[in-house]
Design a binder for this molecule. Structure first.
Ligand SMILES: Nc1ncnc2c1ncn2[C@@H]1O[C@H](COP(=O)(O)OP(=O)(O)OP(=O)(O)O)[C@@H](O)[C@H]1O
Ligand SMILES: [Mg+2]
Ligand SMILES: [Zn+2]
Length: 332
């Protein structure tokens, strides 16, 4: 079963590949274990975890074309028919200097392509197969996926983080909207109908912006998706918030909310018109998971983040409390 470059990766630090209706993410023991024991209600809000597979990459020395293959086949989330936009080649190629590039003529998020090429380069050097987690690709059926990845919570590091990683992650949270809003933009891709091309927002920008900037990006996404889909997204986020408020002892350190819709489809309030998922559980925990520290209560940082997203989606949110005050003062 062949793996290809994944055009719609908007965040993350590893290359995510695409595979027969799935995304393939370099395997992580904690993340796989978390998916395997996942609470059934949470499953409604996360991509299905299908299997861990071993993957090998090999290169044709004459053409430079790279084959990335899983050693077994998995049809559980197979795409029924590939759309005309996705059918052209999305393979990798090795240049004469040994570097891997994405072999495509289509527009590509340059940062995502770089992450994916690095993963393939590493596999080419590795004599043993590399394990990947196959997860349901939540945008597999979209022709023009628009995707927003929002990292939730006020804290990002797990308790197993080294001192230096802990410090780096603390700084990222302290100097971004993670500290104040419990959420920050990790990445966004929007399909712009006028230019017939995607625009991208990357994680450095997400770390740099303040609360007003955060709301600006969320509003841009919502404007693009239309009123009916926006209402559905808000409803799904509120449901997720109510669910997670009941999750005693859970901590979703470093997890993201992934929101997606298809720019090619008409605005609609149907349930499947939008995806709202929680993803990335490599640092999530709950009482009794491995030998992790036990926490009590719900994950307040994560709930704050969900509140901030919903608030940013509300029409006409006042910019800050002082602007509210001044309009009140003007009236009296
Ligand atoms: N199930 C999925 N379906 C579609 N796209 C996905 C899925 N899982 C991940 N992605 C894409 O891949 C990106 C990175 O995923 P993820 O956050 O799991 O990676 P990560 O490297 O662990 O991230 P981080 O840098 O936050 O630790 C997401 O922003 C999203 O664009
Ligand atoms: Mg992530
Ligand atoms: Zn599957």
């Amino acid at each position: 079963m062949e793996l290809t470059a994944f055009r719609h990766q908007v965040g993350g630090h590893f290359g995510i590949l695409s595979c027969n209706g799935h995304v393939a993410k370099p395997s992580n023991l904690r993340e796989m274990a978390f998916y395997k024991v996942m609470n059934s209600e949470l499953k409604h809000f996360s991509p299905a975890f299908c299997k861990e597979v071993d993957v090998r990459a090999s290169v044709n020395p004459v053409t430079g074309q790279i084959i990335v293959e899983a050693l077994e086949k998995l049809d559980c989330h197979k795409k029924k028919s590939s759309s005309k936009h996705e059918r052209s080649s999305t393979g990798f190629r090795q240049n004469t200097d040994g570097h891997v590039t994405v072999d495509t003529e289509k527009q590509w998020n340059p940062w995502a392509a770089e992450c994916q090429c690095k993963v393939v380069e590493r596999m080419l050097k590795e004599p043993d197969p590399t394990p990947f987690l196959l997860l349901e690709n939540v945008v597999a059926h979209y022709t023009r996926p628009c995707v927003l990845d929002l990292k939730i919570g006020t804290r990002q590091h797990g308790d197993d983080a080294s001192e230096s990683k802990r410090h780096r992650q603390l700084m990222k949270c302290r100097h971004s909207t993670s500290a104040t809003l419990g959420v920050r933009v990790v990445g966004m891709q929007l399909y712009e109908a006028e230019t017939k091309s995607y625009s991208y927002v990357e994680k450095q920008e997400g770390r740099r912006i303040d609360a007003a900037g955060f709301r600006g990006y969320v509003k841009r996404f919502i404007k693009c998706c239309g009123r009916s889909r926006a209402a559905r997204i808000r409803q799904k986020l509120s449901k997720l918030r109510s669910l997670l408020a009941e999750f005693e002892g859970y901590r979703f350190f470093s997890a993201s909310i992934l929101i997606a819709f298809d720019a090619e489809a008409a605005d609609s309030s149907s349930d499947d018109a939008v995806k709202v998922c929680i993803i990335d559980f490599a640092h999530s925990t709950f009482s009794g998971f491995f030998e992790d520290l036990a926490y009590s209560g719900a994950d307040e940082g994560c709930l704050l983040g969900l509140d901030s997203i919903v608030e940013a989606m509300e029409p006409n949110v006042p910019k800050d409390p002082s602007s509210q005050m001044s309009s009140y003062e003007k009236k009296i």
